[in-house]
Design a protein around this ligand. Structure first.
Ligand code: PEP
Ligand code: MN
Length: 339
């Protein structure tokens, strides 16, 4: 159930509604928007009358949520979620957020160079995996803790924020001091225990779409994180598995406007993993922003030929710069800006 309070409602009126919801057995999630408080009741009390809430003092309207995702749905925050990072970067606002960097952290030199190049191109985040989910157990698995330390060191030097992948619950504590945003990879989108745990941390999460996940499944996975009380969540389209083999995955641009309609959460696009070949990344990055993406997650490597993972889809530094310049021209068409 969603209860929308009147803009003018008193604190005591909001409190009364919350108490009544709790009494009935609802778990209450509250969001304070620009001009109103919205209360979402999650859970399934055996019987309640939604009309009872409509007539409580201070209530504007109360209705049942028919979709299976209650907190991820647009109605919980009609104006959209904005996430503010420690350095003032806001995700989900007018400015498109740019995240770029190599697939994996490989060495101090490589990640420092990547950070400098990403900052020079106008990005706000440096990406780079320290824990890598590789299809083969014999492939490079990442630098681990050492990689996290390097990410922090080079971003402190360049003023960027760090986004990096968390693969299991035991890594969360270890990562907290070094990162600004957890990335949940496609393979872990339905690792529900991990998602639940990320619902309890107070650090933003970017969750990628699973390799064969429907949009509803993406939103239900988001619900696992939100229901734990962590509302600082971003979603990311990264391509799905289809019968097509020419591209690494099939980058589903349509998921972007669809998600923007269904959820208040910021939506990102990762065309690098979506298409798998660098020459197709810029056009799909442009398409993503045109389709309403709040940000892009891009692989860029100072020397892609030498990359230990995903070199073929990693942009050359100059390609990233050209792309950002094009995005600056395109973004205003859809009411956005690029730094
Ligand atoms: C990555 O971002 O490097 C990665 C492993 O992505 P995905 O989870 O989308 O495959
Ligand atoms: Mn990668």
């Amino acid at each position: 159930m969603i209860v929308v309070m009147q803009g003018s409602s008193a604190v005591e009126e909001v409190q009364l509604v919350i108490e009544r919801m709790v009494e009935l057995g609802f778990n209450v999630h509250r969001t304070t928007g620009v001009d109103q408080v919205i209360l979402a009741g999650v859970g399934s009390p055996s019987h309640f009358d939604v009309a009872e809430f409509s007539v409580l003092p201070g209530v504007q309207e109360a209705y049942r949520i028919s979709s299976p995702y209650k907190l991820a749905g647009r109605s919980f925050r009609p104006e959209g979620t904005r996430i503010t990072f420690p350095n003032g970067v806001v995700v989900g606002g007018e400015q498109v957020t740019m995240m770029a960097g190599p697939c994996s952290v490989e060495s101090r030199e490589q990640i420092l160079m990547s950070a400098k190049l990403a900052a020079k191109a106008g990005c706000q985040f440096l990406r780079g995996g320290a824990f890598k989910p590789r299809s083969s157990p014999y492939s490079f698995q990442g630098m681990g803790l050492e990689g996290l330390k390097l990410l922090r060191e080079v971003t402190d030097e360049t003023g960027l924020l760090v986004i990096t992948e968390v693969m299991e619950i035991s890594q969360i504590e270890l990562m907290l001091p070094y990162i600004d945003c957890f990335q949940v990879g496609a393979r872990n989108m339905q690792n529900f225990n991990l998602l639940r745990e990320l619902g309890h941390v107070r650090k933003p999460v970017l969750m990628k779409r699973g390799i064969a996940a429907t949009i509803e499944e993406v939103l239900l996975s988001a619900e696992y994180i939100l229901s734990g009380g962590n509302y600082d969540l971003m979603l990311c389209e990264r391509g799905i598995r289809t019968f097509e083999t020419y591209t690494r995955n099939t980058y589903d641009v349509s998921a972007i406007p669809v998600l923007k309609k269904l959820t208040h959460l910021p939506v990102f696009g990762d065309p690098s993993h979506g298409v798998g070949k660098r020459e197709f990344v810029p056009p799909l990055a442009l398409a993503s922003v045109a389709a309403g993406a709040d940000g892009l997650l891009l692989e860029m490597h100072p020397n892609p030929e030498k990359a230990m993972s995903d070199g073929a889809q990693s942009l050359y530094p100059e390609q990233l710069e050209t792309l950002v310049a094009q995005l600056r021209l395109l973004a205003p068409v859809v009411g956005r800006t690029v730094a």
